[in-house]
Write a protein that binds this ligand. Structure first.
Ligand SMILES: NC(=O)C1=CN([C@@H]2O[C@H](COP(=O)(O)OP(=O)(O)OC[C@H]3O[C@@H](n4cnc5c(N)ncnc54)[C@H](O)[C@@H]3O)[C@@H](O)[C@H]2O)C=CC1
Ligand SMILES: O=P(O)(O)OC[C@H]1O[C@](O)(CO)[C@@H](O)[C@@H]1O
Length: 384
């Protein structure tokens, strides 16, 4: 069994590649960083280290890599692949779609075996988005074949893997916890036998629970920590105000999730507490600028902050603390992040209110709109 995995980065090597390898798949990574591709091919193995007191090292053996810009090689690998996975970032899915479409077209001429493509990105509907982008590049005839032979099951992936700084360029330090949930109903052919995947028939509750708890809490804590001058999430969460807002924002999304998906309140509370402990893992130095990266994406209407805030209103919840999280994202003026720079430029040129509307798509007549602006003033005042 062969898996082609796009993105040999932190999640690619430290989570998806590891699980595929340990389930017996021959893993071929496709990445755009030639140095990384060369190093994987030179060593054919790498180490994943657990961020806990054990510092357990797991060797991932027999892997190889290709450059995903090399169309011919990617297409060749796709001809006999049994599974394709991605962990490249939501914005990159559009970029790899033409290559995947070309690979499918060639594959259909030679191989009528089913194939599943699982996008392992932090978003709702990642594989569906990839499907739409791939279909855009397929002929009508190939779309029909893809309807029959290719599955794009959505997935929720959860494992905190911070930025890596090691002499060994391939070593990845990861938290011990992981969760990979995949929509079984969208699989074509046999269900891939991968140790560590939980298959479910309806992914929506799971992806929303993950994105709107782990990522909502993380983003809220990260933007507030940045605003108040903390470098890592663990440092920020020792600040009583940041801790309180983060906990309350996660409590607000829990109320939404309980109301919308009938999760048990007690289970949801346990889930939240475990996540707060994971954020403060003393064995991980997780930079707030990593967690806050790409604030335009994170302020999107369906993403971790605005998504649950808007939905909360439908259940009679006024998400005061989520609005603090949203407001704090507009204060993320980190010069090392293109999207943060763009937001600050827009604030200067268009003003705060118009910029909030531009990125969140929240209209001024929504009760959330004045709340966000009020929280922005409050956050600025608290810093002075
Ligand atoms: N780091 C984490 O803790 C988690 C990350 N995720 C998600 O996983 C995805 C990847 O995140 P990370 O691994 O942290 O990022 P990363 O930056 O470490 O890895 C992304 C990799 O994709 C590669 N890449 C970029 N463009 C490419 C292309 N056109 N073709 C092939 N490879 C390409 C990059 O060179 C890089 O090696 C994101 O969607 C993220 O939201 C999900 C759960 C946890
Ligand atoms: O990977 P993204 O979507 O930029 O966001 C960072 C988030 O992803 C994670 O790395 C893993 O879920 C979290 O640590 C953080 O909330």
């Amino acid at each position: 069994m062969k898996a082609l995995h796009f993105g040999a980065g932190n999640i690619g090597r430290g989570f998806i590649g590891l699980l595929l390898n340990h389930s017996g798949y021959e893993v071929c990574f496709a990445d755009v960083v030639q140095e990384l591709v060369d190093e994987i091919n030179r060593r054919r193995e790498y180490i994943v280290e657990m961020a806990d007191h054990t510092r357990q090292q797991i060797r991932v053996k027999g892997v190889r890599a290709i450059n995903s810009r090399d169309l011919h090689t990617v297409v060749t690998e796709m001809l006999d692949a049994n599974l394709i996975t991605t962990a490249v970032g939501p914005n990159v899915l559009q970029r790899i779609a033409p290559t995947i479409a070309e690979g499918l077209s060639e594959r259909f001429k030679k191989n009528a075996q089913p194939l599943n493509l699982i996008a392992c990105e932090n978003m709702v509907g990642g594989s569906s988005l990839l499907k739409e982008a791939v279909y855009h590049h397929l002929s009508e005839a190939d779309r029909k074949k893809a309807d029959e032979l290719v599955g794009f099951p959505n997935a929720a992936v959860d494992r905190i893997v911070p930025l890596q700084k090691h002499e060994d360029k391939l070593l990845v330090t990861v938290e011990p916890f992981y969760e990979w949930v995949v929509d079984r109903s969208a699989i074509v052919g046999e269900i891939p036998d991968i140790k560590g995947i939980t298959y479910v028939d309806d992914l929506q509750p799971y992806i929303e629970r993950k994105l709107y708890t782990v990522n909502t809490g993380h983003a809220t804590a990260a933007y507030l920590s940045y605003h108040f001058g903390y470098q890592t999430i663990a440092e920020g969460l020792q600040d009583p105000y940041i801790r309180q807002v983060t906990e309350q924002a996660m409590a607000e999304t829990s109320r939404l999730l309980v109301a919308k998906h009938s999760f048990q309140p007690e289970q949801q509370e346990q889930y939240r507490n475990k996540i707060l402990d994971r954020f403060s893992n003393p064995h991980l130095a997780d930079q707030v600028t990593r967690i806050g990266r790409s604030p335009i994406r994170k302020l999107g209407p369906d993403d971790r902050l605005v998504g649950p805030a808007v939905q909360s209103l439908n259940y009679g919840i006024i998400p005061e603390n989520l609005c603090i999280g949203i407001a704090s994202a507009f204060l993320f003026d980190y010069a090392g992040d293109e999207e943060a720079v763009q937001i600050q430029k827009d604030i200067k040129e268009k003003g705060l209110a118009e910029t909030v509307q531009l990125y969140t798509k929240i209209k001024p007549d929504s009760p959330l709109f004045p709340l966000i602006l009020e929280k922005l003033d409050d956050l600025k005042a608290r810093k002075n």
